[in-house]
Design a protein around this ligand. Sequence first.
Ligand SMILES: N[C@@H](CCC(=O)N[C@@H](CS)C(=O)NCC(=O)O)C(=O)O
Length: 214
Amino acid sequence: MNETGQPALKLWYSPGACSLAAHVILLETRLKFDLVLAQVGHFTDEFMELNPKGRVPVLSFDGEIITETPAILTAISCLVPEKLLLGQTTLETARVYEWLGYLSGTLHGQGFGALWRPGRFLDDESMFPRLQEQAERTIRQCYSFIEDKFASSQSLYAVGESFTIVDPFLFVLYRWGYRVKIEMRSEYPHFAAWAARISIKDSVIRARETHVGI
Ligand SMILES: N[C@@H](CCC(=O)N[C@@H](CS)C(=O)NCC(=O)O)C(=O)O
């Protein structure tokens, strides 16, 4: 705890990575926190000791190390329950975790994971191009599913009418579409309209100033 009674918070992040979501949620809380750069591809021995899984984001919460985006976003949100970052009702909270499971497991893990890190799935390099083609199909299937969700919903945000922890995580995964040369705005217009709303939030603008490239 610091002098104001809030837990001491420190986030390890890498520019352009999914750690942007945790940074946005920290800014939403308006609590004090420290940021530490841990560049993907250049993790130090000290960082690897902190998270032997070798991934950002990592959150130090009063000295306790928390890894995995859904867990980190939840821990931060619980500090400011009045902001309803986990949804406004029990059903919305369930929807938040439904989204997080899908985004983390399917779109991030199976889609971008296999595309950018095929060696984690196969040891035969000659098979990489085939795996990467399948990964791209997975990414596009996820984007189409999300596009249909936004097309059929009247909601302003991913879950209901208020900003939740899903929005900044989904925003990262939306921006990565451009990185893999998908013309997001024309191919997924409803998804893009949601992303445009998210991109003008103060917390998102401020976090992106640090996470250059996203
Ligand atoms: N399951 C983890 C995945 C985190 C993850 O894959 N982070 C990427 C950056 S977006 C990373 O640190 N990659 C390091 C590497 O691939 O070497 C989570 O949800 O936090």
